[in-house]
Design a protein around this ligand. Sequence first.
Ligand code: NAI
Length: 681
Amino acid sequence: MPEANYQNWKSERDENNLVWLYLDKADSGTNVLSASVVEELGAIISEIAAEPPQAVIISSAKKSGFIAGADVNEFTHFTDSGAALLAIKNAHAIFNALEALPCPTVAAIDGFCLGGGLELALACRYRVATDSPRTRFGLPEVRLGIHPGFGGSLRMIRTVGPLAGMDAILTGRNLSAKTAKRIGLVNFVVPLRHLRTAARDVALNQAAVKPLAWWLRLANHRLVRPLLANVFRRKVAAKAPRSHYPAPYAVIDLWVRYYDQPQRMLEEEAASVARLVVGKTAQNLIRIFLLQEQLKSLAKASSFKARHVHVIGGGVMGGDIAAWCAVQGFSVTIQDRQPETLGRAYKRANTLFKKRLKDRLLIQDARDRFVPDLAGHGVKRADVIIEAIFEDVDAKRTLFKEVETSAKADAILATNTSSIPLEDISVVMKEPQRLVGLHFFNPVAKMPLVEVVHGTKTAPEHVQAAAAFAKSISRLPLPVTSTPGFLVNRILMPYLIEAVLLLEEGVPAPLIDKAAVDFGMPMGPIELADTVGLDICLHVARILSESMNIAVPQRLNDLVERKQLGKKTGFGFYKFKNGTPVKPTVEKGYTAPGDLQDRLILRLLNEAVSCWRENVVENRNLLDAGVVFGTGFAPFRGGPINYIVHRGVEQLQKTLQALSKQHGERFLADEGWENLKTERD
Ligand code: NAI
């Protein structure tokens, strides 16, 4: 057995002549397949091949999970596709050698088994997994602009067939152990305490592997593949156009063309990933992934831990924040002046519990943790107090003056205000340094970002504690200054207002939305305004119009006056049917203005530059991350500032100049553009 000293792997040979290989990546809490991990695996397999044991069982020595995937940091080091190809081919050779071992191989999996980790497991003859909810299988590569590159494109489809296989590859979705078993991805699912025994039994008894059902084999037939591929392409196109996201199309093409020639398919897979990984889309998506990790790591600055959250104000935001915290395992008390509001909040919370937790006992536990608290008894016991009452400075002042005196000395005191400067609220407090903003977005359960707002008086340790809390409820914390609109609303507002101005000029709403979607936004600005609620948009627009010197379009005022507030009332800019906008057909022969997309996007970019110049966020990388996670800004463009730098600062400045000549001063380039030419970060 391999006796050599490996940094990342541990091995044992037991009395049955089974080799147990444990991955324990050095200096890391999580197993990832870095180049050194793969390299060492190669050496170990060569040694095993020279003196094969009864069987090999691969497992993880880490409590956190099996393997989280490849080392994404290493993807940024490839300067050209040649270097990437070399690394991928090396991994292919090692995985092929694992697959070709003459003895049975078993992956024993507890916790996440993702990306390259799943590809490694797929190169084993058997997979045995625990039934823990933490055990998740997935091939999330498309989210990074690539597709499986360690042989997974072939082996996944060969193991589970093209329907479930392509679904996993094209969506990047995670699967539970139960689903993995049902589709044939794992052979056995057992409780954690039986994992070792089950893996050993499988290795020793060499259970027969069930072949793919006949109809799945048929679906892989060369005559059927092109037909199915069209269905896959159509499905992908509805979410990710080829010009922006080439990877899913590339993997469909690989399957159609080469599935009958496994060796060739592996070679083409390697070439395809090597091409994609150095492309713009992948490099930008990888950048966003790493920035997301950076946002999460902001939580590490504080050791703050909460158990009990008290939310004051049980309306749209307060109710949903409280429900989200309960889903995340916290004890929650929720206070409102009106019992009927608490009743509505409880009902909405219940719907969320069912949707997110699915299991009856888990749903009941969440219900038990969610306690309506009309009198506000929870304030005294809470570790975190979040205020989400009306947007009224006097009401908030009165509240915090009172809360401050009864809250625990180390509790976080947070407001969800979207527009009131923290200093205006904390002026009545004895310890104004305690007040932070935790600005959630609507809908809370869907929006991953939380702006952690600090005023001039807020103490850094409270900001850090608030960031740690945001991370603990699975939200990405973004520290921002307490300036009007913070980051996200401020950047969105000029873009939304420009969209309404275009509408007032007679450009049909569907074309305005299409221009934004073509750029890569998840939804057009008109539909977004309707979805957020026109009353909310008008409220934010009014506040920002003072500080940003922008006029609120009349059309927005009119609709709100007529109580046509968008999706929630069934009417707004669009009419809604079952929650979806009915987009009117555009008159034949109508052509949209040539500068339509520029007008929308450049208003947004100009504001991003302004926020960067004013240091609303600490640096431009975090600004990019905030805009992507807070607004959905085309992730494959890597964030607004990254996009500006790559498209060319001067070129965009010229476009702004031309637009300002034609449409007015609102297009004048912010002073920050000049600094962008010289500064790196
Ligand atoms: P809402 O009007 O739906 O709810 C406010 C609730 O607070 C009401 O149920 C009211 O009865 C209760 N309330 C008022 N004064 C109270 C007091 N002294 N004690 C206990 N309960 C009290 O308002 P919404 O939309 O939930 O907004 C709440 C806060 O969140 C505001 O500061 C708003 O700016 C902010 N926000 C709103 C967003 C949105 O999309 N609605 C997004 C992000 C922030």
